[in-house]
Write a protein that binds this ligand. Structure first.
Ligand code: SF4
Ligand code: SF4
Length: 350
């Protein structure tokens, strides 16, 4: 009875979110050279989200239409991954995740198609094996592409469009030239969307030079190339979304949609974005400064409902810092922001 009353009260003031991102594991079979997991390997804690904790999340599925099962790790390594997808699909939700592609066996692909998964994102850092495999250590470009071709074949065989394939391309100075050739690859694997993103969390200062926004001399070149790819993509009916090569110091928008989405980490902590996930505890580099990355949790779904957490004064106040309608001056808003947001390339538009 008490639980029933609590559930009814929770419905009052529950948010409507564009998506909820759930970190199902922090294990990974890859060692990408830029990834915090790789660079923090001596102190990284590997863990799976237990299925019991995922069950705690079920009442909050009504807050959103899209659940993205993704955090700092390879989702397919969680033994309960298919069950998690099934639970969300049974509740009528759209479900997606991003993978490094190495565990996409034929059986796994068939299960994902049968579960009617909606989106599968696949991470790339080049369109040749030489480039991609050097950056995404532990990944094999040719194998990943052959698995995507198999997915395309199985979808055709089962006469379904789902899951939609999205290619997630990490742009670096050393692989940017290959991005120009992404569209034939996208067509080959039947990808409907390509997202080109920046190296926004720099744990190893030696990688600063790899971030294209730090290559200020060539901003025009990056910008015109990206625009050209976008135009070509539109002709091919492929969505090409890219993160710009420039930094806007005056910006107080965050690309992570923190006002209308949230992340639930592997332990149930509710955090605004993956960068503020408490599993990351490290130093990072921002404009040649070495800074401490601090976790930021507004509550844990094991102890409180997502409604209660979302409506907390401190969480609402945090989201207000990113409200474009705010009457306060940008300098004032920035002075109120936590340091991790003030000094974050995601906020600067990168
Ligand atoms: S596959 Fe993803 S989680 Fe794994 S090391 Fe690479 S970037 Fe990190
Ligand atoms: S500005 Fe950066 S740290 Fe702050 S919420 Fe956005 S992505 Fe996270």
């Amino acid at each position: 009875m008490f639980k029933w009353v609590k559930r009814q009260l929770d419905k009052i003031g529950s948010p409507t979110l564009d998506w909820v991102q759930v970190e199902v594991t922090t294990y990974c079979n890859g060692s990408c050279i830029y990834c915090p997991r790789t660079l923090m390997r001596d102190r990284w804690i590997n863990r799976d989200m237990p299925i019991e904790l995922f069950y705690e999340f079920i009442p909050f599925l009504r807050y959103t239409d899209l659940v993205y099962l993704q955090g700092w790790g390879e989702p397919l390594l969680n033994d309960n991954f298919f069950e998690m997808v099934r639970i969300c699909k049974d509740q009528g939700k759209r479900v997606g995740f991003t993978t490094n592609g190495m565990l996409l066996t034929e059986d796994t692909i068939r299960t994902l198609v049968d579960l009617q998964l909606d989106i599968i994102g696949v991470s790339l850092a080049g369109i040749t094996a030489r480039t991609h495999n050097q950056i995404r250590k532990g990944s094999d470009f040719n194998k990943v592409i052959s698995r995507l071709e198999l997915l395309r074949k199985i979808k055709a065989e089962k006469k379904t469009q789902a899951p939609a394939v999205h290619l997630a391309y990490l742009m670096l100075r050393s692989n940017f030239h290959e991005l120009k050739e992404i569209l034939p690859l996208a067509k080959k694997v039947g990808a409907k969307q390509v997202v080109a993103s920046n190296l926004t969390l720099i744990i190893d200062p030696k990688l600063s030079a790899e971030a294209i926004f730090n290559d200020t001399e060539h901003v025009d070149y990056y910008h015109s190339t990206l625009e050209e790819v976008r135009h070509r993509a539109a002709r091919e009916k492929i969505v090409f979304d890219y993160h710009g090569p420039g930094l806007d110091n005056a910006s107080f928008c965050c690309r992570e949609n923190v006002r209308h989405a949230c992340v639930i980490n592997v332990e149930g902590e509710v955090v605004p974005c993956v960068f503020t996930n408490p599993v990351l505890s490290s130093r990072y580099t921002f404009k040649d400064q070495s800074l401490l990355l601090r976790g930021m949790s507004f509550g844990n779904i094991q102890n409180e409902s997502l409604t209660r957490i979302w409506n907390k004064k401190e969480y609402a106040g945090f989201r207000a810092l990113f409200d474009p309608e705010t009457a306060r001056k940008p300098e004032q808003i920035r002075s109120e922001m936590p340091q991790c947001c003030v000094k974050c390339y995601k906020r600067l538009g990168a």
